[in-house]
Design a protein around this ligand. Structure first.
Ligand code: ATP
Length: 941
């Protein structure tokens, strides 16, 4: 079969590929599953194509790539798609049964093509030749050795080393929803369960690349891209799952907490096995761990996104937290760091241990830098071990393992003087695995080739039999290399050459003028233009000996290598444990390095309230020439209402408070002069509508849905960031919502809350709320050209409320035409929003609450038909059953008013409901009305 350069596109009809021609099957042809053309010609297919067809039938949801020599080939519809996606030439295969489109990708260089197919949302079944083509009598046997799917990629070239790629499986429903995940490249398998919402959050946090749903699992709306896979429903049955899991752990029921967890892990592992060629249990899955997401600081996907932990929200917004604090030296540490940031600890003792270790590594710069230097030589041990146990590791991998193990004693030596318990424990947990290191060192050559079947892999002196065979080969070759000299002497022909060709083997070459001197024992092998080639019986014998010894040696080397690899695989658990300790050490050393370079301090944990002196934003401070540190003191109250002009630093400030807490609970020191912090249970963020470019839902609806989530789930131990809540609707409604939210958080939730707002009226509220206080961002105002004020941002937070939003000045700074700016200034003047009462750069102690009391004062007010005076509203203050909760419950419960109300009350309420003109009611008014009706019913009960 040749790869023609094939400019010709095959005629689909001639190839029998016309969809309409396929009688009775009118679904469109797909690149996955058996091609119709072949199904129709089943009986006539050549043995090879019929083998291809069989494999397509057993892997109906994948594109089958079929090894033919050095290529992976696809045929028919699959060929067309592979040619398109991978940008390779579409050729055709013709035989007596028909013409089939064909496309191939080179096996040696398959990774980028496979990546293209995965990106195009295909699963790919790799059908390898599983017997040596030269030994096969007739058709070479082929089998699917691997199904590559987004969640089960194990190829290093297709994996990012910074993050884990998960395959997930969901079972159950309600409170018993379970999620199991496995990182197929490292064998990390975990399971958890909880309410559908919890599991939804956990899914968002882990963002598995591929998700299997059991028949009873709820349909999740995923906030990330994942391939949905229909797994075998039977694999999710409890008995089947128990059996699958029993190959991994001795007592399946003891590692899980419920049947849904058992079924999730079982179904998951069953599929993972299928993708690895259904070759039995996956040896590298050494641990199946159950965990409880509540045992970590919970950051939902919204918080992870808005705090820009891993991704920036927009290309403009610069770096991410992980980018600025990732000083890890190896891939193991990089993944561990990502997982600690994604799931900071809530275990105070554990956090202190990490801080102890970071502190000591900070104080011992020599030890730290030596450790980091040696860790940089550490290979991705977790993935290496998994390749070893999947029998995919080659000799280079084993050498990489040895190099990694070489670093371990050095790392331990660098830690010889440490004194803190966590570092002592960590040092002691570093298993040098001297046995494995020695074994590989003695067995495998230092610079082995990629291939493990062609010799050059095993060191001399390791295997006696191999040495003997190699000696025979060597002697033979030496004999041959001395032959030229000997024969020249014997024959007197100075130009006589001894050489070797692949086809003809060894020869003695004599040029034509010397042919008369050729001895009798020379037999002619080949005639060339100017010379003849000969062999002698002895040369032939030696040649056979050399070749068979060489072949035998290569085969023996492979055998010996496979034995060594199997011995290493036996130590998989110890290697995984070592990987675990190295990963932890790497992150702790990185934290110390970051602290040293950027002047971070150790936070004091277990405080009652967040108290930060001189706090900085870890990311902005790197990109900003001069960063102004700011304090945050919540010992005086838990709700801070923050005002200040646009661009004055409100968002930065709120995020820095959250990031300090995240870093601290992840185990890092923090960017501040000093910090006393509580252990937070969750961080919620609700950032302003215009900051969020998410499409689909109306931004206001989205904002309210997020607010609902916060108000339902925040606790007194949570940190809540609210950035301009209510901005997505009319000023009056927005203000009312902002106000009610603040009150509810203050009265009912008790969470540490930072509320940035442009609603200056909100600042007055603080007087009524004992645990709330105002903060504002100061600006410096100078007389500019022509008497108009210029504004300089000081980025400094101060007590009290700011009196003006300086929106007009910011508009001017941004280049809005002078005529518009002037006109705006006039409007502001008319509205009474004076500029200049504030701007006190010392800012302190001016509680200067110059709040405008009427919402109409705001330039953008008056959008609502029926202004609501928030103070006058019955809902202006949270009632003892939680007014806002009632709103929120109202949203959730579809407005189901009722209960045991009397018939009278019900009739009243019903008649009011009938009178309500829904089309003319704003969402907030509707909620207010609903709440009032509900309260009336409750009162009359
Ligand atoms: N403490 C600080 N020190 C130095 N520069 C800062 C500081 N805080 C913020 N900045 C700079 O000011 C810019 C604006 O800050 P930020 O986005 O936090 O303002 P904002 O008040 O939230 O604005 P808006 O109300 O328009 O959202 C930031 O991009 C940053 O470059």
């Amino acid at each position: 079969m040749e790869h023609a350069d094939g400019t010709e596109t095959p005629d689909a009809e001639a190839a029998g590929n016309d969809p309409d021609a396929a009688d009775g099957r009118d679904d469109a042809p797909r690149p996955e599953g058996p091609p119709r053309t072949m199904l129709d010609a089943r009986e006539e297919l050549t043995p090879m194509l019929s083998q291809y067809l069989d494999l397509c039938e057993t892997h109906p949801d994948a594109v089958v790539l079929f090894q033919v020599g050095d290529f992976y080939e696809a045929f028919c519809e699959a060929a067309e798609e592979v040619a398109r996606v991978c940008e390779v030439t579409l050729t055709k295969r013709e035989d007596s049964t028909g013409t089939y489109p064909m496309a191939g990708i080179p096996i040696d260089n398959a990774a980028s093509y496979l990546e293209a197919l995965l990106d195009a949302d295909y699963r790919v079944a790799i059908a390898d030749q599983v017997e040596d083509a030269s030994e096969a009598s007739g058709l070479v046997d082929r089998a699917v050795t691997q199904v590559i799917t987004p969640g089960t990629v194990v190829d290093d070239e297709l994996l990012s080393d910074a993050t884990a790629t998960y395959l997930g499986a969901v079972t159950g429903s309600g409170e018993k929803t379970a999620l199991a995940t496995v990182d197929v490249s490292t064998g990390e398998c975990q399971v958890t369960s909880g309410s559908e919402r919890r599991i939804g959050e956990e899914l968002d946090r882990l963002a598995p690349a591929e998700l299997l749903c059991a028949p009873d699992a709820p349909a999740f709306e995923l906030g990330f891209e994942a391939m949905a896979t229909d797994a075998d429903p039977e694999a999710f049955a409890a008995d089947a799952a128990r059996e699958t899991l029993s190959a991994y752990v001795s007592a399946p029921d003891s590692v899980v907490e419920s049947e849904s967890e058992l079924r999730a892990v079982g179904g998951l592992l069953d599929y993972a096995e299928y993708t690895q060629g259904d070759d039995g249990p996956l040896e590298y899955v050494s641990r199946v761990r159950r965990y409880d997401p509540e045992r970590s600081l919970q950051l939902d996907a919204t918080a992870i996104r808005s705090l820009e932990l891993f991704e920036s929200r927009s290309p403009r917004s610069g770096d991410t937290l992980i980018a600025v604090i990732d000083e890890t030296a190896c891939a193991l540490g990089r993944r561990r760091l990502a997982s600690w940031l994604r799931r900071p600890s809530v275990d105070e003792a554990e956090i202190r241990r990490r801080h102890d270790a970071v502190g000591e590594l900070l104080d011992r710069p020599m030890a730290r830098e030596t450790v980091r230097e040696h860790l940089s030589e550490v290979y991705d041990l977790e993935r290496l071990v998994s390749r070893v146990s999947r029998e995919r590791a080659n000799a280079r991998d084993l050498r990489a393992l040895k190099n990694t193990l070489d670093a371990v004693p050095e790392v331990k030596a660098a830690l010889s003087e440490v004194e803190s318990d966590p570092l002592l424990d960590l040092r002691d947990s570093l298993d040098e695995l001297a046995d494995v290191r020695e074994l590989v060192g003695e067995a495998v050559r230092a610079d082995p080739p990629q291939e493990i079947t062609e010799g050059g892999v095993i060191r001399e002196g390791f295997d006696a039999e191999l040495d003997e065979v190699r000696a025979t080969e060597r002697e033979g070759r030496e004999w041959v290399s001395a032959l030229e000299e000997r024969e020249r002497e014997r024959t007197g022909i100075d130009s006589l050459d001894v050489g070797y060709t692949q086809v003809h083997g060894y020869y003695i070459e004599v040029t034509n003028p010397n042919l008369d001197r050729v001895p009798d024992d020379y037999t002619r092998r080949q005639t060339l233009k100017n010379s003849e080639r000969f062999y002698t019986p002895e040369l032939k014998r030696r040649e056979d000996e050399i070749l068979s010894a060489s072949e035998r040696a290569d085969a023996l080397e492979y055998e010996v290598f496979a034995e060594v690899r199997a011995d290493v695989a036996e130590e998989g658990e110890r290697l995984q444990a070592l990987a675990d300790s190295l990963a932890t050490l790497d992150v702790l050393a990185a934290f110390a390095a970051v602290a040293a370079a950027n002047d971070y301090v150790r936070p004091e944990m277990g405080a009652d309230a967040v108290e930060i002196e001189g706090g900085r934003h870890p990311v902005v401070e790197r990109t900003q020439g001069e960063f102004v540190p700011n304090p945050a003191d919540f010992s005086r109250g838990n709700v801070a209402v923050i005002t200040g002009p646009n661009m004055s630093g409100k968002s930065t400030y709120m995020r820095q408070v959250a990031l300090v807490c995240v870093l601290a609970q992840a185990g890092s020191f923090v960017p501040a002069r000093a910090a006393r912090l509580p252990i937070l249970d969750r961080i919620f963020t609700r950032v302003g509508a215009s900051d969020d470019i998410a499409g689909g839902q109306s931004t206001f609806m989205r904002e309210m849905a997020e607010l609902t989530d916060i108000l339902h789930n925040a606790t007194g131990d949570s940190l809540v960031l609210l950035d301009e809540v209510g901005r997505g609707t009319s000023t009056t409604d927005g203000l009312a919502i902002a106000r009610a939210t603040t009150e509810f958080v203050h009265d009912e939730v008790g969470a540490t809350t930072l509320f940035a707002t442009h609603y200056h009226d909100l600042t007055a509220l603080v007087e009524d709320l004992s645990d709330a206080f105002n903060l504002h961002f100061t600006v410096e105002k100078t007389e500019g050209d022509g008497g108009t004020p210029d504004v300089t941002f000081l980025h400094r937070v101060a007590d009290g409320a700011s009196s003006s939003s300086y929106g007009v000045e910011v508009a001017e700074l941004a280049g809005v035409p002078p005529a518009v700016v002037e006109r705006a200034r006039e409007y502001v003047g008319e509205g009474g929003g004076t500029i200049g009462a504030d701007g006190d750069e010392n800012g302190d102690e001016t509680s200067g609450v110059e709040a405008r009391t009427s919402p109409d004062d705001d330039a953008s007010a008056g959008e609502s038909d029926t202004p609501v005076d928030p103070q006058a509203s019955t809902n202006g203050r949270a009632s003892e059953d939680g007014t806002l909760a009632a709103y929120v419950d109202g949203i959730d419960a579809d407005g189901a008013a009722g209960g045991a109300a009397t018939a009278d009350a019900e009739a009243d309420v019903l008649s009011e409901l009938r009178e309500l003109n829904v089309a003319k009611t704003t969402p907030l008014e509707a909620l207010n009305a609903l709440d009032e009706l509900k309260q009336r019913l409750d009162e009359r009960d």
